[in-house]
Design a protein around this ligand. Sequence first.
Ligand SMILES: [Zn+2]
Length: 104
Amino acid sequence: MEIKHYILIGAIVLYIVIVYLFSRLGGTREIGTRRLFLLSLFLTPIMGLAFYLNSTHRKINHYTEESYKCDECGYVFSEEHEYCPFCEKEGKKQKLRQVDIFMT
Ligand SMILES: [Zn+2]
Protein backbone atom coordinates (compact mmCIF):
# COMPACT_ATOMS: atom_id res chain seq x y z
CA MET A 1 0.00 0.00 0.00
CA GLU A 2 1.14 3.45 -0.77
CA ILE A 3 1.76 6.00 1.94
CA LYS A 4 -1.16 8.14 0.80
CA HIS A 5 -3.52 5.24 1.48
CA TYR A 6 -2.35 5.14 5.07
CA ILE A 7 -2.93 8.87 5.35
CA LEU A 8 -6.43 8.43 3.90
CA ILE A 9 -7.28 5.60 6.31
CA GLY A 10 -5.80 7.60 9.18
CA ALA A 11 -7.90 10.61 8.22
CA ILE A 12 -11.08 8.48 8.10
CA VAL A 13 -10.32 6.94 11.49
CA LEU A 14 -9.58 10.37 12.94
CA TYR A 15 -12.80 11.70 11.44
CA ILE A 16 -14.86 8.91 13.03
CA VAL A 17 -13.13 9.48 16.38
CA ILE A 18 -13.91 13.21 16.22
CA VAL A 19 -17.53 12.49 15.23
CA TYR A 20 -17.79 9.93 18.02
CA LEU A 21 -16.41 12.30 20.66
CA PHE A 22 -18.61 15.09 19.40
CA SER A 23 -21.71 12.87 19.42
CA ARG A 24 -21.21 12.22 23.12
CA LEU A 25 -22.28 15.81 23.70
CA GLY A 26 -25.70 14.79 22.41
CA GLY A 27 -26.28 12.73 25.53
CA THR A 28 -27.40 15.78 27.44
CA ARG A 29 -29.56 17.01 24.59
CA GLU A 30 -32.86 15.83 23.22
CA ILE A 31 -31.20 14.82 19.95
CA GLY A 32 -29.36 11.96 21.67
CA THR A 33 -25.94 10.44 21.14
CA ARG A 34 -26.78 8.01 18.35
CA ARG A 35 -28.68 10.45 16.17
CA LEU A 36 -26.02 13.11 16.59
CA PHE A 37 -23.33 10.57 15.70
CA LEU A 38 -25.08 9.51 12.47
CA LEU A 39 -25.88 13.09 11.47
CA SER A 40 -22.32 14.17 12.09
CA LEU A 41 -20.89 11.15 10.30
CA PHE A 42 -22.83 11.65 7.09
CA LEU A 43 -23.36 15.39 7.13
CA THR A 44 -20.01 16.31 8.75
CA PRO A 45 -19.67 17.49 12.36
CA ILE A 46 -20.35 21.07 11.21
CA MET A 47 -23.91 20.08 10.32
CA GLY A 48 -24.02 17.97 13.45
CA LEU A 49 -23.12 21.02 15.47
CA ALA A 50 -26.03 22.91 13.90
CA PHE A 51 -28.40 20.11 14.88
CA TYR A 52 -26.84 19.94 18.31
CA LEU A 53 -27.33 23.67 18.90
CA ASN A 54 -30.91 23.49 17.62
CA SER A 55 -31.70 20.56 19.86
CA THR A 56 -33.10 21.61 23.16
CA HIS A 57 -31.74 20.44 26.43
CA ARG A 58 -33.25 17.19 27.54
CA LYS A 59 -36.22 17.90 29.72
CA ILE A 60 -35.53 17.03 33.28
CA ASN A 61 -38.72 16.19 35.07
CA HIS A 62 -38.13 17.57 38.47
CA TYR A 63 -41.21 18.43 40.33
CA THR A 64 -41.63 18.52 43.98
CA GLU A 65 -44.32 16.91 46.05
CA GLU A 66 -45.62 18.50 49.18
CA SER A 67 -44.84 16.39 52.16
CA TYR A 68 -44.90 16.76 55.90
CA LYS A 69 -41.92 15.78 57.92
CA CYS A 70 -41.66 15.09 61.59
CA ASP A 71 -38.48 16.50 63.03
CA GLU A 72 -38.75 14.21 66.02
CA CYS A 73 -38.82 10.78 64.37
CA GLY A 74 -37.85 11.86 60.88
CA TYR A 75 -40.83 10.25 59.21
CA VAL A 76 -42.25 11.93 56.11
CA PHE A 77 -46.00 11.93 55.56
CA SER A 78 -47.69 12.64 52.27
CA GLU A 79 -50.85 13.90 53.93
CA GLU A 80 -51.18 16.64 56.44
CA HIS A 81 -51.52 15.91 60.13
CA GLU A 82 -51.65 18.44 62.88
CA TYR A 83 -49.25 16.36 64.93
CA CYS A 84 -47.05 13.43 64.04
CA PRO A 85 -49.22 10.29 64.57
CA PHE A 86 -46.20 8.22 65.61
CA CYS A 87 -44.95 10.68 68.16
CA GLU A 88 -48.46 11.33 69.37
CA LYS A 89 -48.73 7.65 70.32
CA GLU A 90 -45.72 8.14 72.53
CA GLY A 91 -47.31 11.14 74.11
CA LYS A 92 -45.33 13.80 72.27
CA LYS A 93 -47.10 16.47 70.30
CA GLN A 94 -44.73 17.07 67.46
CA LYS A 95 -45.90 19.44 64.75
CA LEU A 96 -45.14 18.41 61.22
CA ARG A 97 -43.02 20.61 59.05
CA GLN A 98 -43.97 21.07 55.41
CA VAL A 99 -41.19 20.00 53.08
CA ASP A 100 -40.88 19.57 49.34
CA ILE A 101 -39.72 16.12 48.35
CA PHE A 102 -37.67 16.03 45.20
CA MET A 103 -39.32 13.68 42.73
CA THR A 104 -37.42 12.05 39.89
ZN1 LIG B 1 -42.73 11.84 64.70
